[in-house]
Design a protein around this ligand. Structure first.
Ligand code: NAP
Length: 398
């Protein structure tokens, strides 16, 4: 690999993938990202976007064309359909596996080897960023509900996984290596909660969930019963037999692995109720950088958006971030966004307003035009709960 190389990143918009993209760009490598919805990917403009789904081998083959290596994550709990995808990847692949290789992770590893890829397997322990699941409990009360509070985990910072991914992608001496990646210490889940509580400045209690509830959460996330059972068995074992601590991150990166306390300091804002002004500033910063998902994360899951959908001005109320994203995709068909200019935020009590001017081009007709709109957002309990959109010019430029 050299600075003229192109690396395909699968999962580039994810919690690890964004840092992989940043690291590769910093190394001067051309980054191509396989993304399902380019218009909301929020990746830097020099990243080549290949639209497609990772479960579609043809899309992966197109995205891999001319790439020298790939960073792979497999987003499903099942390896069904993975073989033709693996075969469509460039020969050199760094795969984000897991320390517990039973199930999908081991299956994908086997497929990479069987299909003659030049693989490196990254096997992280639990991600520190999984603790985001407790953010709502922190924001809305004083109790975190979790199973196995005494389970000891050597949680790894997402930036450390990405750092190792980048250096292994850039150096073929890592071909055929398997790296177990961990944080620098073991903390029980109860200690993790207390670490975040210190960073946030809010004492929290713990209420223990039953193993049955933990199993149901896995099933709700799409795991099959066998994986849910093995996960619960694994977590329950961690009280007496905690996850290992390896020195792989410092050995490969040349600096200590980041601690969970560092992670908690960096992410503390996600665990506290932000003021309207703080929400407004973060909203503008995220959208100015094109990070639509970060902006959406500031909204309550059932937030309402009121906007005229069509040029006849008919107002339609959308509820929930999925509906908002779906509408964004619909409005973005045949549209290329060239630039966006934001004015604001203008904050008043529990409201803030932002004016957006989009410089855009219709990809069919080639016509370039501007759309200006004002978003008026209402904030409650540190979340955007309502957005009303007023267009100065119609969304399609007519
Ligand atoms: N959490 C843990 O403790 C842990 C431990 C070990 C291993 N892992 C593994 O780490 C991986 C998750 O990494 P992460 O947390 O960085 O990911 P993440 O934040 O959950 O993001 C998932 C990424 O995958 C993309 N993606 C999802 N479905 C896709 C599809 N059908 N086609 C194309 N792209 C798709 C998403 O893109 P969109 O923008 O399109 O959504 C996003 O970029 C998983 O494979 C998991 O098994 C996790």
């Amino acid at each position: 690999m050299n600075s003229h190389s192109t690396v395909l990143v699968i999962g580039a918009t994810g919690r690890v993938g964004r840092h992989v993209v940043a690291g590769l760009r910093a190394a001067g490598v051309t980054v191509r990202a396989l993304v399902r919805t380019p218009e909301v990917a929020g990746l830097p403009p020099d990243v080549e976007l290949a639209q497609g789904d990772v479960y579609d081998p043809d899309a992966v083959r197109r995205a891999a064309d001319g790439a020298d290596a790939a960073f792979l994550l497999w987003p499903s709990f099942s390896a069904d359909g993975a073989e033709p995808v693996v075969a469509a990847l460039p020969k050199r692949v760094v795969y984000l596996s897991a320390v517990t290789t039973s199930g999908v992770w081991g299956h994908v590893e086997e497929l990479l080897a069987k299909n003659g890829r030049d693989w490196t397997y990254l096997r992280p322990t639990g991600f520190a960023v999984n603790a985001q699941a407790w953010a709502e409990d922190f924001r809305t009360g004083d109790t975190v509900r979790l199973p196995f509070p005494e389970a000891g985990r050597s949680l790894i910072h997402e930036r450390d996984i990405a750092a190792v991914a980048v250096l292994t992608l850039l150096d073929d001496r890592h071909v055929g290596e398997t790296y177990v990646l961990t944080g620098p210490e073991v903390l029980t889940q109860a200690e993790q909660v207390q670490t975040i509580a210190r960073a946030v400045g809010k004492p929290m209690r713990i209420e223990e969930q039953s193993p049955a509830e933990a199993r149901q959460s896995m099933l709700d996330m799409g795991a099959d019963p066998a994986l849910a059972d093995s996960s619960v068995t694994y977590w329950s074992s961690l009280a007496d037999d905690p996850e290992p601590v390896t020195t792989t991150v410092p050995r490969l990166t040349g600096r200590p692995a980041r601690t969970f306390a560092e992670w908690a300091e960096e992410h503390a804002d996600e665990f506290r109720v932000l003021s309207t002004a703080e929400i407004a500033d973060r909203y503008v910063a995220a959208l100015s950088a094109g990070r639509v998902d970060d902006a959406l994360a500031l909204a309550a899951p059932d937030a309402v958006r009121v906007a005229p959908l069509e040029t006849d001005g008919e107002e339609v109320e959308l509820q929930g971030t999925e509906a908002v994203l779906e509408n964004a995709r619909r409005l973005s068909v045949d549209v290329e966004y060239l630039a966006v200019d934001l004015l604001g935020p203008f904050v008043l009590d529990d409201h803030f307003a932002v004016r957006f001017t989009f410089d855009q081009r219709n990809t069919r007709s080639g016509r370039r035009y501007r759309t200006t709109k004002l978003s008026l957002c209402t904030v409650a309990d540190g979340r955007i709960v309502r957005e009303e959109v007023f267009y100065y010019t119609p969304p399609n430029g007519n």
